[in-house]
Design a protein around this ligand. Structure first.
Ligand code: ADP
Ligand code: MG
Length: 231
């Protein structure tokens, strides 16, 4: 299914949000890098899936009822064997918080190369139309609200300025012995989301909110490891 069909189908089915896997297919359709992944229904399906992926992998709960997977104990990173993946799934399935929800399955995905976490978001303003947002991940966004916004479509210069405007810009550039986050990869991702032919402009009528949280940016690449779309 292509990106447009995915959105149309979700809307036709009255689904107000895209699940993580569909969200990532949508991002991939716009050239944004997402991890290789496979979904399984139960621990019994793990061996076949694991064999097709490059370890280490991450396991995530897939449930329409769970918004913050880690808060629910539904994310386990750095798993090196099929046995570890099965253990993680069995532990999740047994946890009271997860047991009480509808479980679609489990997403097994490759770990993104290590890097700094940023957030790219989108929302729709009733007057200005789609807006694109960037911020540093974790406490920078959640506590310090260190984000910058632009009205779409953005140009390359806008994308550069959005990054430079962040109070944490020096952190991204590699302050205090950190590995710098690839500026080219961040600009590229911002354009794919908020540029003229980007995701938000193309689907302005369908997408109410977009949240890539986080995108992991290494010295060479930016990988969207979590995606949420509200339609
Ligand atoms: P949620 O936001 O619902 O708790 P995420 O999918 O964002 O779940 O995963 C939680 C955290 O786990 C991420 O912020 C990131 O630090 C880490 N993580 C998730 N997926 C990957 C991945 N593929 N590679 C590396 N780290 C990941
Ligand atoms: Mg997340």
């Amino acid at each position: 299914m292509n990106a447009k069909e995915l959105l149309v189908q979700a809307r036709a089915q009255g689904r107000p949000v895209l699940d993580e896997l569909s969200g990532k297919s949508l991002l991939a359709a716009y050239g944004i890098t997402v991890p290789q992944s496979l979904s399984v229904r139960t621990a019994g399906d793990v061996d076949a899936a694991f064999a097709k992926l490059r370890a280490p992998v991450v396991v995530k709960i897939m449930s329409p009822d769970i918004l913050h997977k880690s808060d629910a104990g539904g994310v386990k990173v750095g798993l090196k064997s099929a046995a570890e993946v099965k253990d993680a799934i069995n532990t999740m399935a047994a946890s009271p918080q997860i047991k009480a929800t509808h479980i679609d399955g489990y997403l097994i995905e490759e770990m993104a190369p290590a890097g700094q976490e940023i957030v790219i978001g989108g929302l729709r303003d009733p007057y200005f139309g789609p807006l694109v947002m960037v911020g540093l991940g974790g406490i920078f966004v959640e506590v310090l609200r260190d984000v910058s916004f632009r009205i779409c479509p953005i140009t390359r210069i806008d994308a550069e300025e959005m990054i430079d405007e962040l109070k944490g810009a020096a952190v991204l550039a590699g302050a205090r012995g950190r590995k710098p986050a690839s500026r080219a990869a961040m600009v590229d991702a911002l354009l794919k989301v908020g540029g003229e032919k980007g995701l938000l402009m193309t689907h302005a009528d369908e997408i109410k909110e977009a949240d890539i949280n986080p995108m992991i940016v290494s010295e060479t690449a930016a990988v969207a490891v979590d995606a949420r779309f509200i339609l």
